[in-house]
Design a protein around this ligand. Structure first.
Ligand code: ZN
Length: 258
């Protein structure tokens, strides 16, 4: 069972928020977190359990208890990155190092947690309302399973290079935009025991999350980011066993995990 928490800042799409806009609410009537949670739930009740959390929840819905009970955290944020507390970002970061996966969607490229993981500005070029086609440039990667060589996304916010990120472990998808731009749309990293995937589609007033290939990519990413073998290593063990003890047949408290 993969335990997934979907986090959304919930400003554009929250009818109670003075910064909300009608088009975002129309696209995400139950909030963008519920839109994404529904995608993950399609993996099946026997495979995933999904909870949601938003910025205005106590501790942004990301208490230590919740994070310890989360295998994969999905993050969507845009206009309110600065309102996420540094203490909670540190908490999320520590949990990633100990094996929690992170999927950063769309404008989460500027979230505090994504910038912390990269150690760079995570800046990019952008323009609203372009046409995008996504190319699968690493078809053997598990996140690309079942995804065609390329597919039409339609109208999406253009994100363009240079994307100032740390060198990814893999670039799986490349976005092409009809205004003459390209972008590394799907990239992975590892930090500690945590596996991280960034995926560009998902502007709040567009309909990328209803594209079947986008849904499948997010589902694949949840499965790829899940790292159950990380759990035994949550705290770095001291190597207690001496060479003499090993020679005398001791398995060693640390080495026996391998
Ligand atoms: Zn956007």
């Amino acid at each position: 069972m993969i335990k997934v928490t979907v986090w959304n800042e919930y400003f554009h799409d929250d009818p109670q928020c003075d910064k909300c806009d009608a088009r975002s609410i129309e696209c995400h009537p139950n909030g963008l977190h519920e839109t994404v949670a529904a995608i993950v739930r399609e993996l099946g009740e026997d495979k995933v359990s999904v909870r949601t959390a938003v910025q205005k929840d106590p501790e942004h819905g990301l208490s230590q208890e919740v994070l310890d009970d989360t295998d994969v955290l999905i993050w969507w944020g845009h206009m309110a990155h600065d309102l996420v507390s540094d203490e909670i970002v540190d908490r999320v970061h520590q949990r990633i190092l100990k094996g929690m996966g992170l999927i950063a969607l769309h404008s989460a490229h500027y979230s505090k947690i994504f910038k912390k993981i990269n150690g760079t500005t995570c800046s990019l070029k952008w323009r609203d309302g372009a046409y995008e086609r996504i190319f699968t440039i690493n078809p053997t990667h598990p996140i690309a399973k079942g995804i065609p060589e390329n597919f039409e996304l339609g109208v999406e916010e253009c994100y363009a290079e240079c994307f100032d990120i740390a060198k990814p472990d893999d670039v799986i998808f490349e976005g092409w935009f009809d205004i003459g731009e390209v972008f590394r749309s799907g990239c992975t990293w590892t930090r500690g025991y945590g596996k991280i995937f960034y995926f560009q589609p998902g502007h709040e007033t567009n309909t990328a999350y209803w594209n079947p290939h986008v849904r499948k990519i997010i589902q694949n990413a949840v499965e790829w980011c899940y790292n159950p073998i990380a759990r035994p290593y949550m705290d770095a063990p001291r190597i207690k066993t001496t060479l003499e003890e090993l020679r005398n047949g001791s398995e060693g408290e640390y080495l026996r995990h391998f």
